[in-house]
Design a binder for this molecule. Structure first.
Ligand SMILES: Nc1ncnc2c1ncn2[C@@H]1O[C@H](COP(=O)(O)OP(=O)(O)OP(=O)(O)O)[C@@H](O)[C@H]1O
Length: 667
């Protein structure tokens, strides 16, 4: 009897490798059966195509292949055609050899059918989950703003508290007469009081981390007066422990945790960059060499290192290095004041192991330099210059926010490096979260009020709907080609310039302390600020989001998970279900050796029309029974892929990275 695998037989979670092997063996089985009983397959295909029960999503064709196999076997039975019993093996002659082969394949495929069936459900649920999750995120709307109140620091215990009360998303400030009425309430998505722990704060940020892995661009930035706790939120205090780690560390460890959990279906490659904007200079915090000018865009741009990371430990090392390299100074208000805006950018590339589709997400974690009243912070000289730069860029940020809030056609992003850096996050399709920080002291109330007013404004900015960055393999290949061509062109130009002795002088790097060398794992690359901004599409005019995108961007931004199988299936000219074109689809020899008994591996001597005496012959058999282009996408399977699957997971990302040292680029 041909067995039909019931729900009870389905494994909870087939491994990716089992799933693929199953698909391939189903293909072989159908081809063999088709030869034994020509015509039967197509009948079965017709009926199974109508099946309303077939799930949609990435696993559709896998599901249908196996439906076909199953239905075919049932049809064979119903017609009283050979039943594949072990006793058949004893019979001599051609038909028993066929039966022998089919039997071996069938028994394996029954098992695999169960796996594939379960996998299709698993993929479907995963995909639905992912979509729903991000829809909920999108519905939350504008830039999200969380307010955090710093506790009084040790030396300030007797100081008057300006924070009257905190309720859910509302914070009420007691305002001295000079600032208007007695109390003023501000509403945000969330308000964290002084006793909120780092973990509690991160808990509400966590959903965004998932979005990065789903191919969205995310920006989390900390805003507030100097000394109000921005660095504390983003990185943590000076004496860092696991408990008091800030958002940056937690975000990265979550990222790796989730990537690990998804490794059966998606393989992720993670790289980070860390830059700072100091006195309107963009500088690489992970640099091992001097930063060079790149005057192409009219402003200084570093060759920012994109460092591949494969664990939280790697990230902690890098962040520590970046923190050490940050321009930090003491002001009257904060003895460890950040004098620059810092941005940790995490690039994530996920490859769907089934469809080969690629998702790219990018996350900016920005710790802005603190605004300060220069009279109050008593700064002079270099510190004054820094403060002026900081205030100017924050005011440029304010102008951008105002324009966005008013939906102006022109948004002055170009007025500062900071606004250029945040351009996509503020106006594009990123998911953006701002942590606004306030100090509770009475003498900070002026800044507190202006900070909170600014934050309220930010909360009204409407973002374009966040878009997932995804590439089908074809698009990805084309982009890689473009990137290679660009790199070649840049190299040529460089050669040309050096020949003519017109090389630009080394850029000014300001007064940052000497950079620690960090050579071992770094890859240096030329990028411009646009690339630092990640892979999100360019900011479209507010009134017509998406207008500026190229055809390519539109195609990949349709909001659905792009999957090669699905893309192909939409093409009516090909991909008839149940037909296979096994171009390049030969299984590794190890497969045949492992899964076909020796006698059936070598079972078809010549002369019967479809001899399968060798694996090469199996290829021919495949070729003879195929007429669809689908499998060359679905069935690309060879030794190297098998080994990459078995080695699995994040350990492979090094190799991936070695292939592509550029940051993900969609432009
Ligand atoms: N939630 C908090 N709990 C405990 N201590 C905090 C908290 N927030 C800030 N602090 C402490 O307050 C001081 C100032 O914080 P921090 O350096 O993070 O401020 P900042 O806004 O980054 O300042 P600047 O803009 O000058 O860099 C630090 O000593 C920090 O450890």
């Amino acid at each position: 009897m041909v067995g039909v695998v019931g729900a009870k037989d389905l494994p909870a979670e087939p491994s990716e490798e089992e799933f693929r092997l199953g698909l391939r063996s189903g293909l072989i089985l159908c081809n063999v059966l088709n030869k034994v009983h020509p015509g039967a397959v197509s009948k079965v295909v017709e009926s199974s195509c109508d099946s309303a029960a077939a799930p949609d999503g990435a696993a559709l064709s896998a599901y249908q292949y196996f439906e076909n196999v199953r239905n075919f076997l049932v049809a064979v039975e119903q017609r009283g055609l050979p039943t594949f019993e072990a006793s058949d093996l004893e019979q001599g002659g051609k038909s028993s050899r066929i039966v022998n082969c089919v039997l071996a394949l069938k028994s394996y495929s029954q098992h695999i059918f169960g796996l594939a069936h379960a996998a299709s459900g698993y993929h479907r649920v995963l995909e639905e989950n992912r979509k729903l999750y991000n829809q909920v995120q999108d519905l939350k709307g504008n830039i999200r703003v969380y307010c955090r109140v710093r506790p009084f620091l040790g030396r300030q215990s007797n100081v008057t508290n300006t924070v009257d009360c905190i309720e859910e998303g509302t914070i009420t400030i007691n305002t001295p007469p000079k600032y208007g009425k007695g109390r003023r309430a501000f509403n945000f998505n969330k308000v964290f009081g002084p006793s909120a722990t780092q973990e509690e704060v991160f808990e509400d940020t966590r959903p965004l981390i998932r979005s990065v892995l789903d191919g969205y661009n995310v920006c989390i930035f900390a805003y507030g007066q100097t000394g109000s706790g921005k660095t504390h939120t983003m990185s943590g205090p000076k004496d860092l422990t696991e408990n008091n780690q800030g958002v940056n560390y937690r975000a990265l460890s979550d990222l790796f945790l989730l990537a690990e959990q998804r490794k059966g279906t998606l393989q992720y490659d993670v790289s980070v960059q860390m830059i700072e904007i100091y006195n309107e200079q963009v500088r690489d915090l992970l640099a091992n060499d001097e930063i060079r000018n790149n005057s192409q865009n009219g402003f200084n741009v570093p060759e920012a290192n994109l460092v591949h990371v494969s664990s939280t430990f790697d990230v902690i090392d890098l962040m520590n290095l970046g923190q050490r390299n940050r321009a930090v100074g003491a002001t009257a208000l904060n003895d460890r004041s950040s004098r620059s805006h810092s941005c940790l950018t995490v690039h994530v590339q996920g490859r769907d192991l089934t469809s080969g589709g690629v998702l790219r997400g990018c996350m900016h974690l920005v710790d802005l330099a603190g605004s300060e009243r220069v009279d109050k912070s008593e700064v002079t000289g270099d510190r004054l210059k820094e403060a002026q730069h900081i205030n100017r860029s924050l005011s440029a940020l304010g102008d951008v926010i105002s324009s966005l809030a008013q939906k102006n056609a022109h948004v002055p992003y170009r007025n500062s490096k900071l606004t250029q850096l945040l351009q996509d996050a503020l106006g594009g399709q990123a998911k953006t979260l701002m942590f606004v920080h306030i100090s509770p002291e009475l003498d900070a109330v002026g800044e507190t009020l202006s900070t909170l007013k600014f934050a309220e404004r930010v909360a009204t900015v409407e973002l374009g709907a966040a878009r997932v960055n995804k590439d089908s393999s074809d698009v990805k290949d084309l982009k890689e080609q473009i990137a290679n061509l660009k790199a070649a062109l840049a190299r040529k130009e460089g050669e040309h310039e050096s020949v003519q002795g017109r090389r630009k002088p080394t850029g000014e790097i300001g007064n940052i302390e000497a950079r620690k060398k960090y050579r071992s794992r770094q890859k240096t690359q030329s990028i411009d600020l646009d690339e630092l901004l990640g892979n999100s599409p360019p900011w479209p005019p507010v009134s017509s989001p998406g207008e500026m995108y190229g055809e390519d961007d539109r195609e990949i931004g349709s909001g659905d998970w792009v999957d090669k199988v699905m893309v192909n299936k939409q093409d009516g000219a090909r991909g008839t279900v149940g037909c296979w074109e096994p171009e390049n689809s030969r299984m590794p020899d190890s497969f045949y050796q492992k899964y076909l008994p020796e006698q059936s591996y070598n079972i078809f001597p010549g002369g019967n029309g479809f001899d399968v005496a060798t694996t090469d012959d199996l290829d021919e058999l495949d070729a003879a029974t195929s007429d669809s282009s689908e499998p060359d996408l679905l069935w690309q399977f060879n030794h190297s892929k098998l080994s990459s699957l078995t080695n699995g997971g994040m350990s492979k990302v090094n190799n991936l990275n070695a292939k592509s040292t550029r940051s993900p680029e969609l432009r």
